[in-house]
Design a protein around this ligand. Structure first.
Ligand code: MG
Length: 254
């Protein structure tokens, strides 16, 4: 099932995407048993927004060996965890705003895990029980500020720096999927999720040893090699096999 969120006539709804061109309205929220209202409309008639508004986005750094290498180091033994604020989240076709504070903003295409229920201290063997589904993410990063600050809150936390979407795919085996990033149609990143150093069950165990996850919280699993800069007017797309393509344009703030 593909769960999206959309606006229509000023109201915000969850929906289930049916086929390629129809969206069925969800009565309340997508957690637990999903109830549909019975209303359906052409997908083309609604505006998609971020498929979920998480209370927090947990992100994992250096979780592909080749990316750790291109950043000038080895991958750490334990996952490196950081957070992006909920206010950084945007959805399909919403604009990434290039912040005046940075002169180097990079894309990072990533597989995102969406949590389906409140959970803490989840053993890896039970991780599947707490997952709602998967979506595409772009962990947009002000690389110059990341290097200057020594920690990553500012570099990763700007408004619009966490595109998610286009929807949450709930029936997916995430263990070996093609992940690609293009800028203006040119390939920049191409890898597979079987190269994740720390797999999703392990990440869920690792994160929930520290903090409770709430329904809708998101874990970004890390980016493969090939990160690089974005410029104003660029169009960046992250495609993950069997999920779809998340596309966003970069705009200047003025
Ligand atoms: Mg990242």
């Amino acid at each position: 099932m593909r769960i999206a969120r959309f606006t229509k006539d000023g109201d915000l709804f969850f929906g289930v995407v049916e086929g390629d061109d129809t969206i069925a309205t969800v009565a309340a929220h997508p957690f637990g048993e999903i109830q549909l209202t019975g209303e359906r409309q052409p997908l083309a008639d609604v505006r998609l927004t971020a498929p979920i508004l998480p209370s927090k986005v947990i992100a994992i750094g250096k979780n592909y060996a080749e990316h750790a290498r291109e950043m000038g180091g080895e991958a750490p033994e334990e996952p490196v965890m950081f957070m992006k604020p909920s206010t950084s989240v945007i959805g399909q076709r919403e604009a990434i705003v290039y912040p005046p504070l940075s002169e180097r903003v990079d894309y990072e295409g990533e597989l995102a895990v969406v949590i389906g229920r409140l959970c803490r201290e989840v053993p890896a063997s039970r991780a599947a029980d707490v997952i709602l589904g998967y979506t595409c993410a772009n962990d947009v990063t002000a690389r110059d500020l990341q290097k200057r600050d020594g920690q990553w809150t500012r570099a990763k936390g700007f408004d619009t720096f966490c595109p998610l979407g286009p929807w949450i795919e709930t029936e997916l085996d995430p263990s070996d999927l093609a992940i690609t990033t293009t800028v203006n149609g040119e390939a920049r990143q191409a890898s597979r999720t079987d190269k994740l150093l720390h797999g999703i069950p392990e990440l869920i165990e690792f994160v929930t040893r520290v903090m409770t996850l709430l329904p809708g919280d998101v874990i970004l699993t890390g980016t493969p090699e090939g990160v690089g800069p974005l410029r104003v007017d660029d169009e960046v797309s992250v495609t993950i096999e069997n999920i779809g393509t998340l596309t966003n344009r970069v705009v200047s703030r003025d």
